[in-house]
Each structure stands twice: as C-alpha cells, then as structure tokens.
Write a protein that binds this ligand. Structure first.
Ligand code: PMP
Length: 285
C-alpha cells in the first residue's frame, strides 16, 4: 500500500481523508503539479515549484508549505514508496471551510495539501515512443486561464474519451482555427530543421517540459518558431510530437486520420526525447 502525504502527515493511502466541504471537491478550487521521477530522482523540480507558486498567486491562494519543505516531502515519498520511475502528484486546494459558498473562505482557512506517488516502471523506455500517437482535433471548450494549472480537468477528460472513441490516443484542441495544445500536453510540429509550437499566453499551460525541450532544441542548433499553427499545416508537416512531464517527448504519427510522412515517428522527435532524458537525468534531485 502506498504512503501518501496529507496536511503534514505521512499516512497509508486508505487513511488519508479530506472533508466533503473541501473547495477542491466542491469547486475545483485547487492547483496541482506532476513531477516525474527517473532513477529515484525528481526531474525539473525547480520548474514545477516556480509554476506552482505562480498558479497559487494567480488565484490568491496561499501555500501551506515552503518550496524547500515541499522538495523534502517529494523526496520522502519517493523514498518511502521505493519509486525508481514514476511520478509525484501534488495538489493544493483552498481548504475546507464549514459550508459551501461561492465567495472564497476567510484567508486564515488552512489550505489542503495532498501528495502521492505513481509507480511507473519503464516510463523512460515506453513502447509508445517507438510507435507514436494518433490524435484527433476537437474544439477547445476550456476556460480562458489555461496558464493556471487547476484541477478543473473535466474537458480534458472528455477530450481523451473522444479520442479513445475514435480509436486514437489523444486530442489536440483547436481555437479560432489554430491548435492550442493537447489535453494534457503541449503540441509541436516539425518542418525541416524548424520546430513550431504555440507561443505562451493565457491560452495554454506553460509546460515545464516545453521550456526544457525548446532550450535543448536551440542548443542542438535547431530552429524554434513560437507561433500558432492549424491542423491543416500540421497534417503537412514532416513530424509532430507532444511534451509533458509524464510522457517527456512523444511522437505523433497521425492527425485526424492523416498520416504524417510515412506514418512512423520522425528523427527530430526521437532525438529530442533522447536529449531531454539525458539532460534532465543530469540535473535531477
Ligand atoms: N498542457 C496541458 C493542458 C497539461 O495538462 C500539461 C501537463 N500537465 C502540459 C501542457 C505539459 O506541462 P508539463 O510539461 O509541465 O507537464
């Protein structure tokens, strides 16, 4: 049984209980982060901590823990649960006042903090990376502050189910004719030596993996264009891929039934995955 962390305590997962009045449960009034673990170490923890603080501050939510202590809790859970490859999930909500109300509860209300590990042996050597993913496009029906990493994930869940129903792996969301991002990842296309991905704004989550991959791409002399692209442009690209903390770099081989190139993962995505894994293992903590 997993050991999880709840409000200062390490507990068996079946003993960790949250109030029915918790704002995360009633209103999706909470933020989260997912940090991957390779070789028993945390990948890009500092990036996730910075984004967490920004998400909290955009929602006028206070953190119940310092970022230094948060790192220690991550490490302790990885140790207690003997995670070599997997993820640590972290969620902070505005806490549990003693009733339901749209207005935020008094500032002294204690936030709720939960962390748990997910054991995923073989995460880095995923067979999906060799096969590539098939995606469909769907309208982006999410709210307008996608830069805040909230637990309001119903539409992304619906998108994954739409993809499954179509025999595909994920959905790319489209707004005003252009791709925003995948349901739980950032989206890219490749043309020649150029990597194209949507520019940062409130329309997408500012992926921690995205920042690292673009940095590595530039270091490897690839060209990076941060701009919007359409599904039609993507279908004519040489390659496509996604990034996220839990999938790293994952090739996309088909979009709305159109195969990219010869329908197999391309060399740029494969190379970026390799560089990302290699470089991020070096700075893991
Ligand atoms: N966009 C969305 C909508 C996501 O949910 C995620 C992953 N949580 C990402 C992008 C990728 O972000 P990261 O690389 O920080 O995991």
């Amino acid at each position: 049984m997993r050991t999880v962390y709840l409000n200062g305590d390490y507990l068996p997962e079946t003993e960790a209980k949250v109030s029915i009045f918790d704002r995360g449960f009633l209103m999706a009034d909470g933020v989260y982060e997912v940090t991957s673990v390779l070789d028993g170490k945390l990948i890009d923890f500092a990036g996730h901590a910075v984004r967490l603080e920004r998400s909290l501050s955009e929602l006028d939510m206070r953190s119940p823990i310092s970022m230094d202590d948060l790192l220690e809790v991550h490490r302790e859970l990885v140790r207690l649960n003997e995670i070599e490859e997997g993820m640590v999930y972290l969620q902070i909500t505005r806490g549990a006042p003693n009733d339901r109300d749209f207005a935020y509860p008094p500032a002294e209300t204690e936030p709720t903090i939960v962390l748990f590990t997910q054991n995923k042996p073989g995460l880095a050597n995923s067979p999906a990376a060799l096969k590539g993913m098939k995606v469909i496009s769907i309208p982006d029906a999410r709210w307008g502050r996608r830069d805040i990493k909230t637990v309001q994930l119903l539409y992304p869940s619906m998108g994954k189910m739409m993809a499954k129903a179509a025999g595909c792996d994920d959905a790319w969301m489209v707004e005003d004719g252009a791709v925003t991002e995948g349901t739980s990842n950032n989206a890219y296309i490749v043309k020649g030596n150029t990597i194209i991905t949507r520019q940062l704004s409130n329309d997408i989550l500012h992926g921690i993996t995205r920042a690292a991959v673009l940095r590595f791409a530039k270091e490897a002399q690839m060209k990076v264009e941060e701009r919007a692209f359409t599904i039609a442009e993507a279908q004519e690209a040489d390659e496509a891929f996604i990034t996220s903390a839990s999938t790293f770099v994952m090739p996309v081989v088909e979009i709305d039934g159109t195969a990219l190139g010869d329908g197999t993962p391309g060399p740029v995505a494969a190379r970026l995955r390799e560089i990302y894994l290699e470089e991020s293992r070096k700075t893991a903590v």
